[in-house]
Design a protein around this ligand. Sequence first.
Ligand SMILES: [Zn+2]
Length: 203
Amino acid sequence: MAEISDKLVKPQGMDDVHFMKQALQEAQRAMDEEEVPVGAVVVMNGKIIARGHNMTEKLQDPTAHAEMIALTAAFNALGSKYLPEATLYVTLEPCPMCAGALYWSKIGRVVYGADDSKNGYRKVAGDRWPFHKNTELSYGCCAEEGARLMKDFFQQKRSPWPVVVPLHHPKNSYHAIYTRSPSLRARCVRTTHRHSYHADSPW
Ligand SMILES: [Zn+2]
């Protein structure tokens, strides 16, 4: 097993900040599409070769994380299944699935922004190194901006005007919309909202 301390590389020149800002733009794109705002870019030789943002709602695919989309785009762009010369920038700590995909990609370097105590890879991996042995890792790059987007998103979703919660109804897919207004309380309407956010989310 690789020594983790050998693998951690402090960010960041201006290059890291520059490319993380591009990943943040992708996260903003996700936000605009009402997706959990996480964005990623893959960089090689100082150029962005692939971009991605979270699309799990749009595609109804829980694997459609920003990193997975950016990685697939990078493989396609290069016609290669390995990325040893590339760096992936992502606004949030990768989850265990994405850490696995990054492992298989043999990517040269991963730079992430904000920690994700609930869904990040460290929750599962602990102190073990989940990436390829040759992968370097930097973290905390533009972390405040990445975390701010997440907080804003979940705050908006939890806003009491209205809060949308799933209503388990055997005959339809209606959701109950609860508001603080008694006259509107428990009014049942058809809605396209499919989100359900849990109180124990760190955001
Ligand atoms: Zn992920």
